[in-house]
Each structure stands twice: as structure tokens, then as C-alpha cells.
Design a protein around this ligand. Structure first.
Ligand code: HEC
Ligand code: HEC
Ligand code: HEC
Ligand code: HEC
Ligand code: HEC
Ligand code: HEC
Ligand code: HEC
Ligand code: HEC
Ligand code: HEC
Ligand code: HEC
Length: 323
């Protein structure tokens, strides 16, 4: 009995939309009543844009049996809504009709889970396989928080308008996009979805690939290596030194030079032999009292004055990334 209830519960949403007849036959009282003339019934009243813009989208392709319009039209998504139609026909000035079974926006909006369930009924295929349990799902963000259905071209698919959609919730990333150094998002060259998989990801922070590095290599392929002399933190995670969206430091660095380097190369461990002090070091035949050497280590490009190949080196003598 318990199992039957559970199964019934899970299926109600789908049945509700598609009216699976086997289940309905068993429970005749619950069989949904759809409008006899499909979208024509609804569009008697809802006859203007933006609602009617859906007619120019793939969802309205009646010739494609997988689409809402080839099923119960508007009610495939909004649910069977006889009460809405009935009451709407009789509302007077200042009154509101009973809302349809499922609203996606406004004060009558269904819960995020229920709204997403409608879409997943058709879209839970390969790319949405990680949706359930993803950060957005767990935080009650539904499909239509990003997607707009009653529109000719969904703004989230357009490079110039996608970031604005995300920034309505992600104010920090918006602020970062104005930093001195930033990925050219505002310039329209890179979009959020170049790096992020919005429907869930096996990697961290919804990045597109399994790791952050693999995501970066998609565009910065020259950093992939393999190199003769690898710099361990680069192989580990680009995040060790870079922040992806924007930084007040040049080159999207998380820290100013030389602190970026001295954060790890502080004098402890194997580097002691080179005479490390707060990340600074002597060179063979010189010591840190040498003013010219000190300047070199602290000024201009600091450590990068000499360690030009921080991402690793292919030169036979590139063990210290100086060539
Ligand atoms: C007789 C006219 C009429 C018909 C037919 C009709 N509606 Fe409505 N609908 C209305 C009115 C009036 C409102 C309220 C508009 C408002 O709040 O400004 C409304 C509101 C809505 C809303 C927004 C509800 C909310 O509160 O969020 C949706 C969604 C909707 N209708 C869908 C449908 C669908 C789907 C159909 C067909 C199954 C349909 N309507 C048929 C008149 C109608
Ligand atoms: C693929 C699912 C889907 C189908 C099919 C669909 N809608 Fe909607 N509807 C939505 C979503 C999602 C919203 C929220 C706003 C948006 O995304 O554009 C919405 C919003 C609405 C609103 C409220 C608009 C507003 O701005 O207040 C009305 C009215 C409405 N739909 C009517 C209809 C009618 C009439 C049809 C059939 C002609 C229809 N819908 C077909 C998903 C759908
Ligand atoms: C009855 C099944 C069905 C339902 C329910 C449904 N869709 Fe779709 N949707 C489709 C089909 C079929 C296509 C066309 C896919 C294709 O061409 O491969 C499509 C296309 C899309 C596209 C791509 C549009 C484009 O311009 O390329 C988006 C985005 C989308 N749906 C989102 C949604 C969202 C969000 C919901 C819930 C509000 C929803 N769908 C509900 C069947 C459905
Ligand atoms: C955080 C924003 C966001 C949310 C939430 C979201 N999407 Fe998307 N979706 C996008 C973006 C951006 C694209 C285009 C880029 C891409 O494919 O990654 C897209 C593409 C799509 C497409 C067309 C391409 C494809 O993958 O088939 C469909 C269909 C779709 N989404 C359905 C859904 C459904 C269903 C949900 C809810 C379960 C959903 N989306 C939730 C942002 C979102
Ligand atoms: C160049 C690749 C790239 C682009 C483009 C990008 N991101 Fe990210 N994003 C990342 C990486 C990598 C992380 C994880 C590392 C981190 O948190 O610093 C991340 C993390 C995030 C996080 C989680 C932050 C946290 O601290 O948990 C959010 C939210 C986010 N990105 C939103 C966006 C939005 C919105 C856009 C578009 C305006 C965007 N990202 C564009 C690569 C990118
Ligand atoms: C309706 C609000 C909303 C919209 C729109 C939205 N997000 Fe989010 N997003 C959230 C919330 C809430 C979280 C969870 C926040 C947290 O954990 O701090 C989140 C988390 C994330 C994360 C971090 C995931 C993780 O695993 O930590 C990324 C990346 C992200 N969003 C990217 C995007 C991108 C890209 C878009 C636009 C295509 C977008 N979001 C649109 C609300 C939204
Ligand atoms: C979709 C392609 C793309 C992806 C993926 C990508 N980048 Fe970039 N990256 C760019 C572009 C475009 C620029 C700007 C290049 C220019 O202006 O010459 C850039 C610039 C940079 C810069 C230099 C910024 C500056 O101020 O000069 C750094 C550092 C960087 N990316 C690191 C990363 C990291 C780390 C990742 C992974 C989290 C990553 N990128 C993923 C396209 C990408
Ligand atoms: C140990 C710190 C560190 C790590 C880890 C690191 N970088 Fe960098 N990266 C730097 C520094 C420092 C610069 C500035 C170099 C300069 O100005 O000559 C830089 C510059 C860049 C640039 C712009 C200049 C160029 O060389 O093209 C890109 C792109 C870049 N890094 C990508 C990456 C990617 C991708 C990863 C991960 C595979 C990564 N970085 C890991 C320190 C690091
Ligand atoms: C996140 C920590 C981290 C940061 C930041 C970092 N490194 Fe490293 N670096 C390492 C590790 C770990 C090794 C390997 C040490 C070992 O094998 O003993 C290393 C090795 C080196 C080596 C020696 C190569 C060798 O094989 O002995 C040089 C030179 C070096 N780093 C320079 C830099 C410079 C310059 C910066 C700043 C741009 C920097 N590192 C930033 C962790 C870091
Ligand atoms: C004037 C050029 C120069 C400057 C500036 C410089 N280095 Fe070096 N560094 C070298 C040379 C050359 C070596 C190789 C020394 C050797 O042959 O033992 C080296 C070696 C290293 C090593 C490997 C030491 C070992 O024996 O394991 C690390 C780590 C390192 N430097 C970090 C830094 C950091 C951090 C900075 C900035 C604070 C910096 N270097 C600034 C030239 C420089």
C-alpha cells in the first residue's frame, strides 16, 4: 500500500500533464478535464503578446509529437484548468479568476519543484540528468527562473543577454565582471555557459567539465601540457592563483606579486637551502643584501622578472621556470 501510494505520488505530476489513460481508468474521478479546443480555448482570452509569442517557438510545433502543442497544448504545462476557464468567463471588473492548475510566475506560482517537474517530464534526458540535487535545484531555482517560454527567442540563449539573467541573482559575479582584470563577459566574448553547466555537473561549482582545469583548457589549451618541468599548483588547480570572474590584480590573479608566490614559497621546506626569507631568495654567488637583487625580487614583475614560465617549462634547463 505504502509503495503504491509512493508510486502514485510520483506519477501524479506526469499523469496530470499527459493524462496517462491507464492510471486515469483506475481512478476515473481524478481524470483531468482538458479544454476541448486546446490552445484555441485559452487564446480566446489570451490573444496577445507575450503569451502568443509561444507560437513561434519549438514548443508550438504540432507536427512534432513530443511537443506540448501536440499533446494538451497550453494545459500540457499549465495543467488541466477547467475551473480557470469557467470562472474567467464570469469574472467582473476587479475580480480575479481561479488561477490555472499550474502558474509559473506571480503570486500564484507553484513551488519550484512542481514547476521544474512539468519541464522535466519531457526534458529529463542526458543534459538534465544531474539536475536533481544540483545547487540550483536544492535552492529552489526552477527552469523558468532562467528560461522564458512565452518569447520568440529565449534571452538566456543569447550571448549579450544571458549574463543579465544570471546577475539578477548573482550580484557578486556581476561586481567581479567590472574588476580591473576580468574574463570578457561584459564585452560579449565569453558567457557564463562557456564554463558552467547550468543543469548540473559532475564537477565542482557547476563547471562544464569534471575539473576546473579541464574547463580552462577548453580555451587555454596551451596550458594543458604535458611539460618537461611542471609547476605542481598549476596541474592541481588554476584556482590556486587565478579567480575566474574578475580581480583587482592583473591577469585575474588572486594576490599581488610577490605575495602570490610567497604564500606558498615562504622559506619552509626544501627551499630553505636557497636562503629563503619570506619568499625572497639569494642566487648562487649573491645574497639578499645585494640591493639590485632585492629590487628585482620585489619590483616591477617581481618574481616574474626571472621566473617567466610560471605555468611550467619545456626548456631542458627550465627547472626553475626561468626559461
Ligand atoms: C474567459 C477568458 C479566459 C480563458 C478562456 C482563459 N483564461 Fe487564463 N486568465 C484569464 C484572466 C482574466 C486572467 C487573470 C489576468 C490577470 O490576473 O490580470 C487569467 C490568468 C491566467 C494565468 C496567470 C494566472 C496567475 O495567477 O498566475 C495563466 C497562466 C492563464 N490564465 C492560463 C490560461 C490557460 C492555460 C488557459 C486555457 C486552458 C486559459 N488561461 C484560459 C482569462 C482567461
Ligand atoms: C512549455 C510550457 C508552457 C506552455 C506550453 C504554455 N505556457 Fe504559459 N507559461 C509558461 C511559463 C514557464 C510561464 C512564466 C513566464 C514565461 O516563461 O514566459 C508562463 C506564463 C503564462 C501566463 C502569465 C503571463 C504573465 O506574464 O503573467 C499566461 C497567461 C500563460 N502562460 C498562458 C498560456 C497559454 C494561453 C498557453 C497556450 C497558448 C500557454 N501559456 C502555454 C509555460 C508554458
Ligand atoms: C510535452 C513535452 C514538453 C514539455 C512539458 C516542455 N517541453 Fe521544452 N521542448 C519540448 C520539445 C519537444 C522541444 C524541442 C526540442 C528539439 O527540437 O529537440 C522543446 C524545446 C525546449 C527548449 C529549447 C528551445 C529552443 O528555442 O531551442 C527549451 C529551453 C525548453 N524546451 C524548455 C522547457 C521548459 C523550461 C519547460 C517547462 C516550463 C518545458 N520546456 C516543457 C518538449 C517539452
Ligand atoms: C541557471 C539557469 C538555468 C536553469 C535553472 C535551467 N536552465 Fe536550461 N539552459 C540554460 C542555459 C544558459 C542554456 C543554454 C546553454 C547550455 O546548453 O548550457 C540552457 C539550455 C537548455 C535547453 C536546450 C539545450 C539542451 O540542453 O537541450 C533545454 C531544453 C533546457 N535548457 C531545459 C531546462 C529545464 C527543463 C530546466 C529545469 C529542469 C532548465 N533548463 C533549467 C540555463 C538554465
Ligand atoms: C572562464 C570560466 C567562467 C566563466 C565565464 C564564468 N564562471 Fe562562474 N565559476 C568558474 C569557476 C572555475 C568557478 C569555481 C571557482 C571559484 O569559485 O572561484 C566558478 C564559480 C561560480 C559561482 C560560485 C561561486 C562560489 O563562491 O561558490 C557562481 C555563482 C558563478 N561562478 C556564477 C557565474 C556567472 C553568473 C557567470 C556569468 C556572468 C559565470 N560564473 C561565468 C568559471 C567561470
Ligand atoms: C533565481 C535566482 C538564480 C538565477 C536566475 C541563477 N542562479 Fe545560480 N544560483 C542561485 C542560488 C540560490 C544558488 C546557490 C547559492 C549558494 O549556494 O550560495 C546558485 C548557485 C550557482 C552556482 C554555484 C554552484 C555550486 O555548486 O556551488 C553557479 C556556478 C551558478 N549558480 C551559476 C548561474 C548561472 C551561470 C546563471 C545564469 C545562466 C544562474 N546561476 C542563474 C540562484 C540563481
Ligand atoms: C570560453 C573560453 C574561455 C574559457 C573556458 C576560459 N577562458 Fe580565460 N580567457 C578567455 C578569453 C577570451 C580571454 C581574454 C583574452 C584576451 O583578452 O586576449 C581570457 C583571459 C584569461 C586570463 C588573462 C586575463 C587578463 O586580465 O589578461 C586568464 C588569467 C584566464 N583567462 C584564465 C582562465 C582560467 C583560470 C580559466 C578556467 C577557470 C579560463 N581562463 C577559462 C577565454 C576563456
Ligand atoms: C602558481 C600560480 C599560477 C597557477 C596555478 C596558474 N597560473 Fe596562470 N598565471 C599566473 C601568473 C603569475 C600569470 C601572469 C604571468 C605574466 O604576467 O607573465 C598568469 C597568467 C595567465 C594567463 C594570461 C597570460 C598567458 O600566459 O596566457 C592565462 C591565460 C593563464 N594564466 C591561465 C592559467 C590556467 C588555464 C591555469 C590552470 C591550468 C593557470 N593559469 C594556473 C600564475 C598561475
Ligand atoms: C599554491 C602554492 C604555490 C604557489 C601559489 C606558487 N607555487 Fe611554486 N611551487 C609550489 C610547489 C608545491 C612546488 C614544488 C615544490 C617541490 O617540489 O619541492 C613549487 C615549485 C616552484 C619552483 C621550483 C621548481 C622546482 O622544481 O624546484 C619555482 C621556481 C616556483 N615554484 C616558483 C613560483 C613562483 C614564481 C610563484 C608565483 C608566481 C609560485 N611558485 C607560486 C607551490 C606553489
Ligand atoms: C633575479 C632573478 C630572480 C628573481 C627576481 C627571483 N628568482 Fe627565484 N630563482 C632564480 C634562479 C636563477 C633560481 C635557480 C637557482 C639555482 O640555480 O639554484 C631560482 C630558484 C627559485 C626557487 C627554487 C629554489 C630551490 O632551490 O628549490 C623558488 C621556489 C624560487 N626561485 C622562488 C622565487 C620567488 C617566490 C621569487 C619572488 C619573491 C623569486 N624566486 C624571485 C631567480 C630569481
Amino acid at each position: 500500500m505504502l509503495i503504491k501510494n509512493l508510486v502514485t505520488g510520483v506519477f501524479t505530476g506526469i499523469v496530470f500533464m499527459l493524462g496517462a489513460s491507464a492510471w486515469a481508468a483506475e481512478n476515473p474521478a481524478a481524470a483531468p478535464v482538458y479544454a476541448a479546443k486546446g490552445e484555441q480555448t485559452c487564446m480566446k482570452c489570451h490573444d496577445s503578446a507575450p503569451v502568443t509569442d509561444i507560437l513561434s517557438t519549438p514548443h508550438a510545433m504540432k507536427g512534432d509529437s513530443r511537443t506540448p502543442f501536440a499533446n494538451h497544448a497550453c494545459e500540457t504545462c499549465h495543467g488541466a484548468s477547467p475551473e480557470h476557464i469557467k470562472s474567467a468567463a464570469h469574472v467582473t471588473e476587479g475580480q480575479k479568476p481561479v488561477p490555472p492548475a499550474i502558474s509559473f510566475s506571480g503570486p500564484n506560482a507553484a513551488s519550484a519543484k512542481d514547476r521544474a517537474a512539468v519541464c522535466l517530464g519531457c526534458h529529463e534526458n542526458t543534459t538534465r540528468i544531474n539536475w536533481i540535487g544540483s545547487k540550483h535545484d536544492r535552492n529552489d531555482v526552477a527552469c523558468n527562473n532562467c528560461h522564458t517560454i512565452h518569447v520568440k527567442k529565449d534571452p538566456v540563449f543569447v550571448k549579450d543577454t544571458q549574463p543579465e539573467k544570471c546577475f539578477t541573482c548573482h550580484a557578486q559575479q556581476r561586481a567581479e565582471s567590472f574588476q580591473y582584470s576580468h574574463h570578457p563577459i561584459r564585452e560579449g566574448k565569453v558567457v557564463c555557459s562557456d564554463c558552467h553547466a547550468m543543469h548540473g555537473s559532475p564537477g565542482p561549482k557547476l563547471v562544464k567539465e569534471f575539473t576546473i582545469n579541464e574547463t580552462c583548457y577548453n580555451c587555454h589549451a596551451e596550458k594543458r601540457g604535458p611539460l618537461l618541468w611542471e609547476h605542481q599548483p598549476v596541474r592541481e588547480n588554476c584556482d590556486n592563483c587565478h579567480t575566474p570572474h574578475g580581480s583587482p590584480q592583473a591577469r585575474l590573479l588572486i594576490e599581488r606579486m610577490p605575495y602570490l608566490c610567497s604564500g606558498c614559497h615562504s622559506g619552509a621546506g626544501s627551499n630553505q637551502s636557497a636562503g629563503f626569507f619570506g619568499g625572497l631568495h639569494s642566487l648562487p654567488g649573491q645574497n639578499l643584501n645585494n640591493a639590485a637583487l632585492l629590487n628585482n625580487e620585489l619590483q616591477y614583475r617581481s618574481c616574474l622578472n626571472c621566473h617567466t614560465q610560471v605555468h611550467g617549462s619545456n626548456a631542458p634547463a627550465g627547472f626553475a621556470f626561468t626559461r
